[in-house]
Design a protein around this ligand. Structure first.
Ligand code: CP3
Length: 354
């Protein structure tokens, strides 16, 4: 056994991801690198967002920043869900969210999208992954790679920028279903190539971010979301890395998510984990409300313990229900990590008081 597989076998995060009911819940936080950390803001003051993403040294450094402060169980590569799209010929800026120069609405635009070879997609991401793995060698910290789910990428490409409800995109799906499927097919193939590349470079788990899946009803999700997510996950089966799916505001979709061929489903704070387990056989990830981290430590302890108790019925990876909020005090994150690591999931007393 080489050193990397020895570590793989013992990482608390990977054990829980593969379904083990571990004595402690491993934890990492979505957006654990980012604007609430002064050291991130210092780098951001001298570089554009694309520079940070496209310079392997910077991306690796930002990925590692939260790990230097907090004993988290996983790192997530610093990048963005929009990273692989310029290789298709789409122009994207960040302000601070993604803005697409020419939103895709017409057949000719969708036909013109290139399907790049794997090595053309984002070679700097592979390099950043290699750098992070080198820094983490010998430490019990797993590196998570990620991509946007096809439906969520299409949401930005068609709508053109962030929006509260993405009405233009929702209308497009109904008005131009064949075009939408054409776009989703291309995005699915791109995502498969991109994630395989990340795994080859050293990502030890991958997460598919379907942040806007919850906008849709079951019928729309069954047609435009589920089959493409299934295709991405199926293409990554047997590669030895656990697959994580995240949707936000999507509790009405849980019965359908049971059909996803992945190991972990990340859930938001709107539904307690013990209720979600009735629908999903997966390891559950989540689901503290990120707003709790704005409250004083005593509140954080109480709310985190509720989540931990609610997660006792099966394998659990502790996380927030969505990303860390920009105004979160870093010392509140430190406190949360301590509360989660001190909680013994195998203590019988927990269940009695749950
Ligand atoms: O989780 C992490 O720590 C890794 C880094 C990461 C970023 N984006 C960095 C980033 C990840 C995993 C993403 C994924 C991403 N990007 C998603 C899915 C996750 C989610 O939050 O639902 C989405 C929807 C995007 C699109 C995006 N990129 C938005 C909406 C924004 C702007 C506002 C925001 O929420 O931060 C971005 C820019 C972006 N991506 C920033 C960071 C740290 C902020 C850039 C800055 O102003 O410093």
């Amino acid at each position: 056994m080489n050193t990397s597989s020895t570590r793989t076998a013992t990482s608390l995060f990977l054990r829980a991801a593969w379904g083990e009911n571990t004595p402690q819940a491993p934890l990492w936080l979505m957006r654990q690198a980012g604007r609430y950390l002064p050291e991130y803001l210092a780098i951001k003051a001298r570089s554009s967002f694309w520079e940070m993403v496209r310079t392997p040294d910077l991306a690796a450094e930002i990925t590692l920043q939260p790990l230097r402060r907090f004993p988290l169980d996983a790192a997530i590569l610093f990048s963005d869900i929009m990273t692989p799209l310029p290789a298709m010929g789409v122009q994207i800026e960040f302000n601070p969210g993604p803005v697409v120069a020419e939103p895709l609405r017409r057949a000719a635009q969708i036909e013109a999208l290139r399907l790049p070879e794997t090595r053309e997609i984002a070679p700097y991401v592979a390099e950043a992954i290699r750098l992070v793995r080198r820094e983490l060698a010998g430490k019990p910290v797993a590196l998570i790679g990620f991509a946007g789910a096809p439906l969520t990428l299409a949401t930005y490409l068609v709508q053109g920028s962030g929006s509260k409800d993405y009405e233009d995109f929702r209308a497009f799906l109904r008005q131009e279903p064949a075009l939408a499927h054409r776009l989703l097919h291309k995005l699915t193939e791109l995502t498969i190539r991109y994630l395989r590349m990340q795994i080859e470079a050293g990502a030890e788990a991958i997460q598919l971010f379907d942040s806007w899946a919850g906008l849709h009803d079951q019928e729309v999700y069954r047609s435009f979301g589920l089959p493409y997510n299934q295709a991405v996950f199926s293409a990554l089966a047997g590669l030895g890395v656990p697959r994580i799916y995240l949707a936000v505001g999507a509790s009405h979709l849980y019965p359908l998510l049971a059909e996803l061929p992945c190991e972990v489903v990340s859930v938001d704070w709107r539904t307690p984990l013990d209720q979600v387990r009735q629908f999903l056989p997966h390891t559950l990830q989540g689901n503290l409300d990120p707003a709790v981290l704005l409250a004083p430590p005593a509140v954080i302890t109480q709310e985190a313990q509720k989540v931990l108790k609610s997660g006792l019925g099966g394998a659990h990876i502790f996380n927030l229900g969505h990303g860390v909020i920009r105004t979160t005090p870093p010392e509140h994150v430190a406190h949360l990590v301590e509360v989660v690591h001190q909680f013994n999931r195998h203590n019988k007393h927990n269940k009695e008081s749950a």
